[in-house]
Design a protein around this ligand. Structure first.
Ligand SMILES: *Cc1c(COP(=O)(O)O)cnc(C)c1O
Length: 393
């Protein structure tokens, strides 16, 4: 990878040390041009007319996402966020009293709230699978917990709150053997390293455009295995998701389209497609290797600073790095770094409820580099944290 060329192609690299790819990645010029170019076209010839003119490129959005994920284009539905995509899958499942949803401690905040709502509404039960000694979801415990009451295994691949990578493929082997639906929240993993639905064996997978994929804000996607359509009853029948039968009935559209809404931001879809194309060209293997190497370097650098502790779980943490500076609130560390134009955020206790219950470490400072960052930028961030730590001691 020609990092310098990729950085020149990323306007934000000139302004900031951007270590917030877990929040939102920086757009490349190509992605930016895809978005603004289509808005210009809409302004010039009309929104419907622009969509017709760019219909092939819009369709390429589905095809390229399918290539990225290892599925088929008709198994992909587009949304305006990962949360919406996840909701479309989750709320299409039905639960009865006593049914069980098995999830992990790393589960994302909105997913947890949805589980709690459905539990309250239906009498289903939410069971949190414990971690193993390394801090990842304990697959032996999961296998032991699955029984005839289990209606869903819902797991977050990489949490919003740290560098953990849950053993998705091992979980997939277990759910497949048991014949239990597996919904994987891959929002932080797609675009960061290779994620292949066939290898993982999940039934539904959701992701966002704006994070490690470097797509525009307001984009998300669902991949759903064709066989899973048998037990999923979409929440919303509308002209995009269903066909009127000419009498007083309707049928669902084929494939994953039955989860979509008719209206969408075509400029965002084209921007997402540009970002996915770029990721495919660079190669997810190479992207993943560099992202994890940068994460490891940053983590080691921070670990070596007196007064700084790092808090990422799992045997092989990814590019998301979380830390605490003794004596300084995480929010203050993040704000001080941002004043130096180093973009970082903090984890939010309420966005990762089960992890908060278990570890109680949040908020943490979250630094999330990606392949466009340089080693020098990471070292600069480590020095900035070290100065804050020494001032606090
Ligand atoms: C950010 C995030 C989401 C939500 O993605 P949106 O596109 O903002 O809806 C879901 N899951 C995880 C793990 C996330 O980090």
């Amino acid at each position: 990878m020609d990092i310098e060329a990729l950085r020149r192609d990323t306007p934000g690299c000139a302004n900031r040390v951007h270590l917030n790819h877990a929040g939102a990645g920086l757009l490349s010029r190509r992605t930016l041009a895809a978005v603004t170019g289509h808005l210009e076209l809409e302004a010039a010839i009309g929104g419907y007319e622009a969509a017709w003119q760019q219909a092939e490129q819009v369709q390429a959005g589905y095809t390229n996402l399918a290539r990225l994920l290892g599925g088929r284009a008709d198994e992909v539905a587009l949304f305006d966020s990962s949360t919406r995509a996840w909701n479309a899958a989750f709320y299409a499942l039905s639960f009865r009293p006593g049914d069980r949803i098995l999830t992990g401690r790393a589960e994302y905040g909105s997913n947890v709230l949805a589980y709690l709502q459905v539990a309250r509404r239906t009498g289903a039960e939410v069971v949190v699978v414990p971690d193993d000694a390394s801090g990842q979801l304990d697959t032996a415990a999961l296998a032991g917990l699955i029984d005839e009451r289990t209606r869903l295994v819902g797991v977050t691949h990489v949490p919003t709150s740290g560098g953990l990578v849950n053993p998705a493929a091992e979980i997939g082997r277990i759910t497949r053997a048991a014949g239990v639906p597996f919904l994987l929240d891959a929002t932080q993993s797609v675009g960061q390293f290779p994620v292949d639905v066939a290898e993982i064996g999940c039934d539904m997978l959701t992701g966002t455009g704006r994070k490690f994929l470097r797509g525009p804000r307001g984009t998300g996607f669902l991949w759903v295995r064709t066989g899973a359509l048998e037990y999923l009853d979409p929440c919303v029948a509308e002209i995009q998701s269903a066909d009127w039968d000419g009498k007083r009935g309707f049928s669902w559209k084929p494939g994953a389209q039955r989860f979509e809404s008719w209206e969408k931001s075509h400029s965002n879809v084209l921007g997402l497609n540009a970002a996915v194309e770029q990721a495919l060209e660079l190669g997810l293997d190479r992207i993943g290797e560099r992202a994890s190497a940068l994460g490891a370097r940053l983590r080691e650098g921070l670990r070596a600073v007196p007064g700084v502790s790092v808090h990422d779980l799992g045997p092989e943490p990814c590019a998301i790095v979380t830390c605490k500076v003794a004596g300084t609130a995480a929010e203050d560390v993040a704000a001080a770094l941002r004043r130096q134009h180093i973009n970082v955020t903090t984890t939010v206790p309420e966005h990762t409820q089960f992890d908060t219950e278990h570890r109680g470490v949040h908020p943490l400072v979250r630094l999330s580099p990606h392949y466009v960052n340089t080693e020098a930028e990471l070292d600069l961030a480590v020095r900035a944290v070290a100065e804050l730590a020494s001032a606090a001691s």
